[in-house]
Every structure is written in C-alpha cells, then in structure tokens.
Design a binder for this molecule. Sequence first.
Ligand SMILES: *Cc1c(COP(=O)(O)O)cnc(C)c1O
Length: 408
Amino acid sequence: MTSSSLAAIKTREESLLCHTYGRYPLSAARAQGSRLWDLDGREYVDLLSGIAVTSLGHCNEELALVMAEQARKLVHVSNLFYQEEQLDLAQRLLDLSHCEKAFFCNSGAEANEAMIKLARRYMKRVRNSDAFEILTLKGAFHGRTLATLAATGQPKYQDGFDPLPEGFVQVPWGDLAALEAAVTPRTAAIMAEMVQGESGIHPMSPDYARGIEALCRKHGLLLLVDEVQSGMYRTGRPWAFQHFDIRPDIVSCAKALANGLPMGAIMATSEVAQAFTPGMHATTFGGSALVSAVACKVLDIMRRDRLDERAARLGEAFMSRLRDVATRLPGRIREVRGLGLMIGVELAFPGHEVWAALLDRGFVLNLAHERVLRLLPALTIDEADLNAFVAALEDVLTAVPAEACHAC
Ligand SMILES: *Cc1c(COP(=O)(O)O)cnc(C)c1O
C-alpha cells in the first residue's frame, strides 16, 4: 500500500471502519525509538509510546530479532499444548514480586476480566462465601468489556450498553472512610490502580494505598491491583504497588508487556490462584509462543538496563523542570504530578489549543479529561527530548495570557 494524503486516508477510513475513534490529525508512516515520522516525512518526538505500550521504543532492534527468529520457529499452537516460552515468561514476571502464579491473555481488559473472575470464584469455591461484589474507585479505568466497563464506572463510556454485569460499587477516590463504609457481607474485593492513568495521572499516596490493603485484611477482602498502565517498570519500580510495600492478591498487567504485540497477564498468590481449575478460564491466543518470547526479551532488557532506576531518575528531573515552568509562568499550570515516567501536567484551563500547538511543534502526547497533558514516554527516551519538550511547553504557555487562564 502506498502512502496517500491524510485527507484521503480520513475519507477512506470513514467508509470502511466503525467510527469508534476520534483520531489525531496524524498518520504515522514509520517509527524508531522515541521518534515518529508522518506521511510527509515530518518528524515527531513521541511522548505517548502508543499509550504506555512501546516502553522500549519503537521497532526495538533486539525485539525485532527475537520476533523474526520466533516467527520462523513457532508462532501459535493454542493452549492445548505445553509451551515453554510461557514458562520462561512466567518465571521472569513472578521473580519481580511476591506473586506465585500467572495466567496469560491478550489485553488489559481481558486481564482485568480474568482478575474479576478469579476473585469471584475464589470466594465461592475456596472460601465458600457468597461475597461477589467488587469495590472500585471513582476515576478508575479498567477496560471496555462489559464487566470491566461496569468496574470502570464512568457513565460517559457506559451509555447505551446497559444492562451491565452486576456486582460493582464505586466509591470516591482518596476517601478511606467511604471505602470502609461501602464494605458489606457481599463485598469480595477492592480493585484499584495505584496510579490512575486515564483519569489524568493520579498517584495514590502511600497512606491511602496502605490503608486500602489494611481494609482488605481487616474485612477478609481480596486486593486486586490493575497495573495495566502503571506496571512494567514505568513508575520506577517493576510494579507501582511496590512503592507502598503492599501485597495484592491479584495483579493485572498488559500494555508494555510485549512492547506492542497484544498481550495481557494476571499474577496471583498460590492461595487465590487455586480457584482456577482446568476448563474454568481460557483463551485461544493468550500466551502464544511468539508474544511470550518477545515479552521475555522485554523483561530481560528492562532488568539488564535497569529501566526502573532510569524511569525514576528521568521522571524526577522531568517533573522538577515542569514545576519550574509552572513557577515561572503563574496561572497556567495547576499541578504537575506523577510517578516515574507516568506524568500529568494539569493546566488551569481547557488544553486543546496547547495540545495542538505542541503537536504542531512536533511533540506527540495525550490530552486527558480536557486539562491534563498526559506524558508516557518510552523508558529509553533521551533526556534531551524531555528537555526539548519542557522548552516547547514553556514557549507555548508563554503565549497564553495569564488573565485568560484566570477567566477559565
Ligand atoms: C489501558 C488500560 C486498560 C485496558 O486495556 P486494553 O488493553 O485497552 O483492554 C485497563 N486498565 C488500565 C489501568 C489501563 O490503562
């Protein structure tokens, strides 16, 4: 297929695809590391990494070699077969935390579905309990399948899809008392992101995270942690929950797991994992030899290159420079927050024009909930690229009159 103009692609897409996406005015022709090139060969710095997916950069050469080699050896045979690639991956994943058993699937939503199913079945079949309800937090994002949409609890994503599966109750973010007040004999688990991503990057405070764990232990609930976006070294630790010294019963992950090949996983303690017995949960594609081999290499590289330390160091420096901009230009930036290289810059006003001006200057990022510039760069990004972004942001924000901000 030859490359056409963006307008022609747009027209073609309208005639061929379900209209589910509001696209950026950008079509990537190719990518390398933290660089993207559009159809006209224009270069962009990618600060989004396919939404926290290509954490080792685009078209990583070491991964390309593994991919090519595995593609000629074994791609897929289904989960009716033993596959050593899955074991190599499980070993690497489980070595990173207290979790003892893994299950592989194909996406974040699917990982969360597996987490929800495992929690419910553990209560019924191991604990002999009727508890099934899962408490989730306001602002959560857990996926787009019917159950994960119910867990997500955002009306704007649920419109027209009812009835959704029962058994999810949403509680305000940051309020331990409200969480405890919502616990009833029907409650089976609390499910949460340690750093909310989609809602505009909201890290939990250590007290809040530990308080949630303590509530779970006190009331005999399972703690389910969604690390789909925050996991895989992004926040400066392999998993974000490790900042808080807590031990979830089940952890879900996906986005960066195979650096762009679709893959999800859950990891659980042996105690909880025993609730899954043969035939009780399955997927045709999950953990194929190809994606497992690639994910193994992803984890080997992250460990070898100490990308947790790098994410922590670059994230701190980046946030501190962004806060300097906030100080130099009062009234523009409400807050800079994040953990490692999972960063949100909340503007004091709706940010579409700022976002568009940054894209125009060659920086790709996401605007969350109107006002938050969401930054999820590759963990391998050059610090110079982050500094160039800070300069561009300062330039763009300087052009916004402070009075205009106060009026918003
Ligand atoms: C992206 C995301 C999901 C959903 O993952 P998909 O692969 O899109 O299904 C779930 N939870 C969190 C925290 C996410 O960021």
